[in-house]
Design a protein around this ligand. Structure first.
Ligand code: NAD
Length: 486
C-alpha cells in the first residue's frame, strides 16, 4: 500500500522520489510505503493553503463553528475506525488508541466554542468620544509537526484551534504512523472544510526544514524529542516565525511515606507501562521517600508480573527503537542499578519489549538522565521530601510530575515548589483538560505558549487594537503633542 500527501483537498497525484516503510509493530512486517515530500511538495501544500486563506479568514465565526461541530460529530461516529488505524501503525492496544481519540475529541469540542473564544475587548469612551477595542485575527499559513506517539491526538491538539481561529494549515505528521492524519483531513473535508484549509505532507527532515524556512509559513507548532524541538525552535524563530516546540520528558512520581502504597503501585505500573512507556507523560522515575522503598518496589514488581503485555501494553514502534531501549537497559545493568524485572527477552516476531524495573538508580546513570521512551521504570531512593523535590527540580526536563500522599499540606507545598508544567496530586498522568493548556517547563518546551486551550487560541491569533473616533464637530484644529486621554 502507498500512503501519499493530501494537498488542496485531495490526494497528491505526483511521483515521489523518496519514501519510507510503515510497519505493523505487532508483527514486524512492512505494511505500507509512505511518500516523503521534497521541497516542491511542501511548496505545493503551502501554496494550496495560502490560496484558501482569504476565503477562510473571512468565513464567519458561525460558518467555522458549524464545520467544527460537524467534524466533531463525524469523528465521534468514526472513532473506532481511527483507533484501528492508530493501532495498526503505532502498535498501541485498541483501548489505548480509543482513549487517545477520546481526549482528542475534547480539543475539538473546545474549538467548537470559537465564537466565544475570539471575543475581544471593548472600552467605550476611553477618551472623550473615543472607543478602543481589540480584535483577534488569524496568522495565515501555520505549520504543525507531530511525533509518532499520539498520531491522532497531537495533530488534534493544534489543527482544530488553528482552523477555528481562521488559519490555514500544513500538517507534517510522523512518518512512522502517517495514516491517522490523512483520515482526519478526509473527515474535515466531509465536514465541509474548504479545500486547501488543511493539507498534509509526509516525510522527514527535508519537509520539516522547508516548513521552517518557507517565507509564507507564519508559525510552527512542534511536538517531539528535545533535540529536534530545540532545533525547530531555533531555526523557526531565526526565520521570523512564531514557534511553540514541545520536547521530551522524564516524569517523576514522588511517593511520600504516608501515601497509600497500593494506590501508588497501581499508578506507577499504569503510568509507567501503558502504551509501552511511549507517552510524553509516562512516569519513568519513581522517587521513593524513606522508608517506603522496599515495600513499594515489591508491590510494583508483583503488579508488573500480572500485566498482559500483548493485550494491555503493546509493542514498541520500530525495531530500531527497541534496540535503543535495550541498549539503555544494558547500560543500566552495567552501571550497577539492580534489575528487579527484566523485559529484554520478551518473545514474539514484532517489536516487543517486556516491562522492566530498576531499583537503586543513581542520578548520574544514563537510565536516569535520558528519556528512554520505553517500558522501563527506575526507582530512586530519597531520604526526605526535600531531597525528592531537589531531585525533580535539578532534572533538565519539566513536563509532568506527580506526588502520592495523604498529606494535603505536603501536596500543596509540592505544587508550589516543583519546577514542572503539569502536576498531579495522587494522579499519575495529569494531562490537562482541553480548557486548560498542555505544556512543560525547562527543556520540555521551547517558546512561550503551551498547546491547546487558551494558550492555543493566543498562539494562533494576532491581536489588533483599534482606537476610533467618529466625527465630532467640537473637535477641530491640529495638535502636535502626543495623544493623551482626557
Ligand atoms: P522526533 O523528535 O523523532 O520526531 C518528531 C517530528 O520531528 C516528526 O514529525 C519527525 O519526522 C521530525 N523529525 C525527526 N527528526 C528530525 C530532524 N533531524 N530534523 C527535523 N525534523 C525531524 O520524536 P518522535 O520519536 O516522533 O516522538 C517521541 C518524542 O516526542 C519523545 O521525546 C516524547 O517525549 C516527545 N513528545 C512530547 C510531547 C509533549 O507534549 N511534550 C508529546 C508527545 C511526544
Amino acid at each position: 500500500m502507498r500512503i501519499t500527501h493530501w494537498i488542496g483537498g485531495k490526494p497528491w497525484d505526483g511521483i515521489s522520489s523518496r519514501s519510507g516503510d510503515v510497519f505493523d509493530p505487532a508483527s514486524g512486517v512492512v505494511a505500507a510505503q509512505v511518500d516523503f515530500a521534497s521541497v516542491s511538495e511542501v511548496d505545493a501544500a503551502v501554496a494550496a493553503a495560502a490560496d484558501a486563506f482569504s476565503l477562510w479568514r473571512n468565513a464567519s465565526l458561525a460558518q467555522r463553528s458549524t464545520v467544527m461541530f460537524k467534524f466533531r460529530e463525524l469523528l465521534n461516529l468514526r472513532k473506532e475506525d481511527l483507533a484501528e488505524i492508530v493501532t495498526a501503525e503505532h502498535g498501541k492496544v485498541l483501548s489505548d488508541a480509543a482513549g487517545e481519540i477520546q481526549r482528542a475529541l475534547e480539543s475539538v469540542e473546545y474549538a467548537c466554542g470559537i465564537p466565544a473564544l475570539l471575543k475581544g475587548g471593548f472600552s467605550e469612551n476611553a477618551s472623550n468620544r473615543v472607543d478602543v477595542y481589540s480584535i483577534e485575527q488569524p496568522l495565515g499559513v501555520v505549520g504543525v509537526i507531530s511525533p509518532f506517539n499520539f498520531p491522532a491526538m497531537v495533530p488534534l491538539w493544534f489543527v482544530p484551534t488553528a482552523i477555528a481561529c481562521g488559519n490555514v494549515v500544513v500538517l507534517k505528521p510522523s512518518e512512522k504512523d502517517p495514516s491517522a492524519s490523512l483520515f482526519i483531513a478526509q473527515l474535515f473535508a466531509e465536514a465541509g472544510l474548504p479545500d486547501g484549509v488543511l493539507n498534509v505532507v509526509h516525510g522527514d527532515k527535508v519537509a520539516v526544514d522547508r516548513l521552517l524556512e518557507h517565507p509564507t509559513v507564519k508559525s510552527i507548532s512542534f511536538v517531539g524529542s528535545t533535540p529536534i524541538a530545540r532545533y525547530v525552535y531555533e531555526t523557526g524563530t531565526a526565520h521570523g516565525k512564531r514557534v511553540q516546540a514541545l520536547g521530551g520528558a522524564k516524569n517523576h512520581m514522588v511517593v511520600l511515606p504516608d501515601a497509600d502504597l497500593d494506590l501508588a503501585a497501581d499508578a506507577a505500573v499504569s503510568a509507567g507501562f501503558g502504551s509501552a512507556g511511549e507517552r510524553c507523560m509516562a512516569i519513568s522515575v519513581v522517587v521513593a521517600v524513606d522508608p517506603v522503598g522496599d515495600t513499594l518496589v515489591s508491590k510494583i514488581a508483583s503488579r508488573m508480573r500480572t500485566v498482559d503485555v500483548r493485550r494491555e501494553m503493546g509493542p514498541l514502534v520500530t525495531d530500531a527503537h527497541r534496540a535503543r531501549v535495550r541498549s539503555y537497559v544494558d547500560a543500566g545493568e552495567a552501571s550497577g542499578a539492580s534489575i528487579v524485572v527484566d523485559g529484554r527477552d520478551f518473545p514474539g516476531d514484532g517489536f516487543w519489549f517486556g516491562p522492566t524495573l530498576f531499583d537503586h538508580v543513581q542520578p548520574d546513570m544514563s537510565i536516569y538522565t535520558d528519556e528512554i521512551f520505553g517500558p522501563v521504570l527506575s526507582v530512586v531512593r530519597a531520604p526526605s521530601y526535600d531531597a525528592a523535590v531537589s531531585l525533580v527540580n535539578a532534572n533538565r526536563y519539566g513536563n509532568g510530575t506527580a506526588i502520592f500522599t495523604n498529606d494535603g499540606g505536603a501536596a500543596r507545598r509540592f505544587q508550589n515548589e516543583i519546577e514542572v508544567g503539569m502536576v498531579g496530586v495522587n494522579v499519575p498522568i495529569p494531562v490537562p483538560v482541553a480548557y486548560y493548556s498542555f505544556g512543560g517547563w525547562k527543556e520540555s518546551l521551547f517558546g512561550d505558549s503551551h498547546a491547546y486551550g487558551p494558550h492555543g487560541v493566543h498562539f494562533f491569533t494576532r491581536s489588533k487594537v483599534v482606537t476610533s473616533r467618529w466625527l465630532d464637530p467640537s473637535h477641530g484644529g491640529i495638535n502636535l503633542g502626543f495623544p493623551q486621554n482626557t
